[in-house]
Design a protein around this ligand. Structure first.
Ligand code: UD1
Ligand code: CA
Length: 465
């Protein structure tokens, strides 16, 4: 049977008190509405329609995947939002799932089970409910004496008796598509908020002779709707635990899951150990047998197998297998380090390729550079890549040796196997196998040290010593 889905994401989210539109707030590095869309994609929904309004352009350009958009000009309520998907969906047969863009913890498994229950009961609508210890803010589920769902009453429209009800509406529904769009036309806005409530559709469908069923969630946490930043932090923590769990079951060791922050789409190979204080963000992919951390922050980077990254920051970079990074290295976007290489302490790379087996062990800046294999870059070497207007490239060929504390003034080319003597300021290209020395010649003056000291002492009053 055809499965359509609509995600409501047009609200502003006033309670977030934010310049960022609510559904774009990230949960474990991913906009919460994207979590919802991803679940629907996982379920192979035939069509996914996202209703946008507040920040429509930004929401449209942020959401990834095969979705269509409907526009809600004015935010007149959830029923009104869903009606905007009418032109795209109302003439279809089959089922339509409706989800809110602010409930990122719902799992595909839960949705699947709700749909299963829906099919078996032959209901016109099945809604997902949960029992909450603190139901404040949610719509309450009103059941009759026989336990049948009669209606949903919003918090602001509840009588004191209704407020005491702990079964709440999660904002997740499975509808017979044609019945849904027929019922939506009958919703009015006669309520405390003057909005068109989607929740009113339950009563409307019932009075039209359709059955309404409730599918109760086992784990009420799944249904948390994010309305403010307190809920955002709650949801983040639950999601974080879930992600950590999945990695551990996949063979990754997390020494302290509670102090390890892994974004939703990060992938990690088996037998990798992630040490405390580490943040793995965005689309980062890490291979097997690595040791990551403590305190590594890696964003949108690709790390090979058997890599060690200690107390370092990497972003939009790649590191080949069996390479060591850190402690205290900084790999800025565009850094590509090969295999069996070493990027040591206080080294900054930016837009730099470092070949296999090359070493930048300490205190260097290598920017806009292409460095070959088996190159050694001594302590304190820098590439002077910026003249104040333009960036220039440094190229260092295989097996070159750059002595400590040399400055390579770009654009510059160091040939294969060349040797730059420590302390040199290199302004001209060095050909293959050449030795370059570019520093002032040293003069030693025998016996001059004590003469100098005496002279200095003679000029100063004794009290200052
Ligand atoms: C809603 C439900 C409530 C339920 C709760 C679950 C209604 C009337 N109430 O309340 O029963 O317990 O969710 O989390 O449905 N939206 C639009 N256009 C609008 C209004 C809202 O697209 O005009 C979107 C919002 O972006 C949001 C979702 O619909 O993603 C829910 O809206 P929200 O205002 O958060 O509803 P709640 O008050 O949480
Ligand atoms: Ca909400």
């Amino acid at each position: 049977m055809r499965l359509g889905a609509v995600v409501l994401a047009a609200g502003q989210g006033k309670r977030m008190k934010s310049k960022l539109f609510k559904v774009l707030h990230p949960v474990c590095g991913k906009p919460m509405v994207q979590h919802v869309v991803d679940r629907l994609t996982e379920m192979n929904a035939d069509r996914i329609v996202v209703v946008v309004g507040h920040g429509a352009d930004q929401v449209r350009s942020t959401i990834a995947g095969a979705v269509e958009f409907a526009h809600q000009e004015q935010q007149l309520g959830t029923a009104h939002a869903l009606m905007q998907a009418g032109p795209l969906l109302e003439h279809e047969d089959g089922l339509t799932l409706v989800l809110y863009g602010d409930t990122p913890l719902l799992t595909a498994d839960t949705l699947q089970r709700m749909m299963e229950a829906h099919r078996q009961s032959g209901a016109g609508v099945t809604l997902l409910t949960a029992h909450m210890d603190n139901p404040t803010g949610y719509g309450r589920i009103i059941r009759d004496a026989a336990g049948e769902v009669q209606a949903i009453v919003e918090q602001k429209d509840c009588t004191p008796e209704q407020q005491a009800i702990q079964e709440i509406n999660t904002g997740t529904y499975c509808f017979d598509n044609r019945k849904l769009f027929a019922a939506l036309k009958l919703v009015n806005n006669h309520n405390a908020q003057g909005e068109y409530y989607l929740t009113d559709v339950i009563e409307i469908m019932r009075s039209g002779g359709s059955k309404a069923c409730a599918h109760v969630l086992d784990d009420p946490q799944e249904s948390i709707g994010v309305n403010d930043r307190v809920a955002l932090a709650e949801v983040e923590e639950i999601m974080r635990r879930r992600i950590a769990h999945a990695h551990m079951l996949g063979g990754v060791t997390l020494i302290d899951p509670a102090s390890t922050y892994i974004d939703a789409d990060v992938r990690i190979g088996a037998d990798t150990v992630v040490l405390p204080g580490t943040m793995l963000r965005g689309k980062t992919v890490i291979g097997e047998d690595c040791v990551i951390g403590p305190q590594a922050e890696i964003a949108d980077s690709v790390i090979g197998d058997g890599v060690a990254i200690n107390r370092s920051v990497l972003s939009e970079s790649s590191v080949g297998s069996h390479t060591q990074v850190g402690p205290f290295a900084y790999l800025r976007p565009g850094s590509k380090v090969g295999e069996h290489a070493k990027i040591g302490d206080f080294v900054e790379l930016k837009n730099a390729q470092i070949g296999d087996g090359s070493k930048v062990p300490h205190h260097s800046y290598v920017g806009d550079a292409v460095v070959g294999s088996r190159v050694n870059i001594g302590c304190g070497v820098i590439t002077a890549n910026y003249d104040g207007v333009n960036k220039h490239q440094t190229r260092i060929e295989d097996d070159a040796f750059i002595g400590s504390n040399s400055s390579l003034i770009a654009p510059i080319h160091i040939g294969q196997g060349a040797y730059v003597v420590a302390g040199s300021t290199i302004t001209s290209d060095v050909e293959a196998d050449a030795m370059a020395i570019a520093r002032q010649r040293q003069t030693n003056k025998p016996g001059y040290a004590s003469r100098l000291k005496n002279r200095i002492r003679g000029k100063k009053p004794l009290s200052s010593e």
